[in-house]
Design a protein around this ligand. Structure first.
Ligand code: BDR
Ligand code: CA
Length: 312
């Protein structure tokens, strides 16, 4: 099993990703850290605790509260993509679990010592927590096995500006710090996540074929995704379907050969007005700008969705 910390801004697709990860026998979730993003960090933490409770994991999954704003910038207004509560306005029962007293960055640092060389990190939100941890102790980079980042776009359009993806744009300085830290990074960006859609048909099929003990989870997924479908339809992207950004990143951590990757030198734009938060790839024959990142460039979307849903 692969030992991971998942960093989330729960979020509809974060919620699906958490359920998927908790149900995957090949992952051991050492903890979940929360960050502002889709919603504020308090709400993201609340959602995370409730989603964990819904999954009834067989082992304890600690939750550590993280950053409430970007490293160097003011907090932007939250979008309405994920509903007022972040999980498609679905009300889950309040959790009996409390978050840790320890903050996310300290939790990441402590675990990196306990599991030195064995711990991977999956980030599904802004990279602020990981950046804070690196600022406190740059040697963290030597102890982390791999980082799987949901964020960025190389060839695809952006989703929050013409060129920027939300998780990078929401804290470009944090993303820049993490990308240039020397850690082994796989970027799961919009190039692949926008192709990996879950559809109404998938959900119908899932309801028919899921295991009995997972029915409650599947009902939640259906309700939350119905909200997500409406957003994607209203914004002229998709009809009765939604991209699985965050679950696809979890899948990449489980099965690193599922997608076609290409190493590219990448630099996060932290200054421009039009291109703020863009993940700029230097694709010239002799790339000079940026740090080598393993970029996911293609995916067998049907296979990916099938694998994600198979755990339920
Ligand atoms: C990312 O932004 C959030 O809305 C999603 O949860 C995902 O992590 C996609 O750009
Ligand atoms: Ca997210």
């Amino acid at each position: 099993t692969k030992k991971v910390i998942i960093d989330v801004d729960t979020g509809i697709d974060d919620a699906v990703a958490i359920l998927y990860a908790l149900k995957s026998p090949s992952l051991r979730i050492e903890g979940i850290t929360t960050v502002f993003g889709n919603v504020g960090v308090e709400q993201a933490t609340e959602n995370t605790l409730r989603v964990i409770q819904l999954a009834k994991p067989t082992y304890e999954v600690p939750v550590a509260l993280g950053a409430d704003k970007p490293l160097k910038r003011e907090l932007n207004a939250f979008s309405n993509v994920h509903g007022h509560n972040g999980i498609g306005n679905v009300e889950l029962p309040v959790s009996t679990q409390e978050p840790l007293k320890e903050k996310a960055a300290d939790f990441i640092l402590r675990k990196s010592h306990e599991l030195s060389g064995e711990l991977s990190i999956i980030t599904l939100g802004r990279l602020t927590n990981l950046a804070h941890a690196l600022l406190k102790d740059p040697s963290l980079a030597n102890r982390i096995k791999h980082v799987y980042v949901m964020g960025g776009a190389v060839q695809s359009a952006g989703n929050v500006t013409p060129v920027a993806e939300a998780n990078i744009w929401g804290d470009p300085e944090a993303a820049d710090l993490v990308f240039s830290s020397g850690m082994a990074i796989t970027m799961v960006g919009l190039d692949v996540t926008m192709k990996t859609n879950i559809t109404k048909e998938h959900l119908e099929d899932l309801k028919q074929h899921c295991q009995k003990e997972n029915q409650e989870m599947v009902a939640f997924i259906e309700n939350a995704l119905t909200f997500y479908f409406d957003f994607y339809r209203a914004s002229n992207y998709l009809r009765d379907a939604a991209p699985m950004h965050d679950p696809l990143t979890v899948l990449m951590a489980i099965d690193p050969y599922i997608m076609k990757t290409q190493q590219m030198k990448i630099k996060v734009e932290c200054e421009g007005e039009l291109c703020l938060g863009m993940t700029v790839a230097d694709r010239r024959p002799n790339p000079a700008i940026g740090t080598p990142i393993q970029v996911c460039v293609d995916v067998d979307a049907d296979l990916a969705v099938q694998k994600m849903l198979a755990v339920f």
